[in-house]
Write a protein that binds this ligand. Structure first.
Ligand SMILES: [Fe+2]
Ligand SMILES: [Fe+2]
Length: 180
């Protein structure tokens, strides 16, 4: 990696990192959509794939607006989230319900990683007076926040349903709602 000694260079480095992360996610999301048994979750992955393709193209526009060629630099952060998923699937033989529950958590981790990255990029772009970049990055950030909310709502719904099914079997989960 070339030396990073100015805010402009750091901004460019973080853009390259995110460009790598988004491109990785365009390859991962179709697999997650296939893995998910829950239809709403699977659809959420497919629709976020389309948004993610837009994130890649917005980042390319940001590169161009600062006079740079789009370039990706490996992002160990997103690779780590991906690796965690791959190892869980490979070693845990999860039931389909547990795989779905795991996938909501993995997706939430990825979205929050992206939210943190875009929040930082936007602050840097603003400090550098790169108004067009700020707008483009804000578009991406908004969709990441919506995606995080959506997957977290799906997770809640799944947990509620599994709690409900336990209750109907007469198991111990019932006490939680009745002791208040
Ligand atoms: Fe994204
Ligand atoms: Fe995302």
């Amino acid at each position: 990696m070339p030396a990073v000694t100015s805010p402009e260079q750091l901004f460019e480095h973080e853009l390259q990192d995110m460009y790598y992360a988004e491109k990785t996610l365009t390859k991962v999301l179709p697999k997650l959509a296939e893995e998910a048994s829950d239809r709403e979750l699977s659809r959420a992955f497919s629709s976020h794939l389309k948004e993610t393709e837009g994130h890649v193209s917005n980042l390319e526009k940001v590169f161009r607006s600062i006079g740079k060629t789009p370039e990706a630099t490996p992002c160990p952060g997103i690779e780590g989230i991906k690796k965690e998923h791959d190892e869980f699937v490979r070693t845990s033989s999860p039931s389909s319900a547990m795989l779905d529950a795991f996938l909501t958590g993995a997706a939430s981790r990825a979205e929050h990683y992206e939210i943190a990255a875009y929040t930082g990029l936007i602050e840097k772009a603003r400090a550098l007076g790169e108004r067009d970049s700020v707008k483009l990055l804000q578009e991406n950030l908004k969709q990441e926040k919506e995606a995080a909310k959506k997957v977290e709502a799906i997770s809640k719904r799944m947990l509620k349903a599994s709690n409900g099914s336990k209750t109907s079997n007469g198991s111990r989960s019932k006490s939680r709602t009745t002791t208040k």
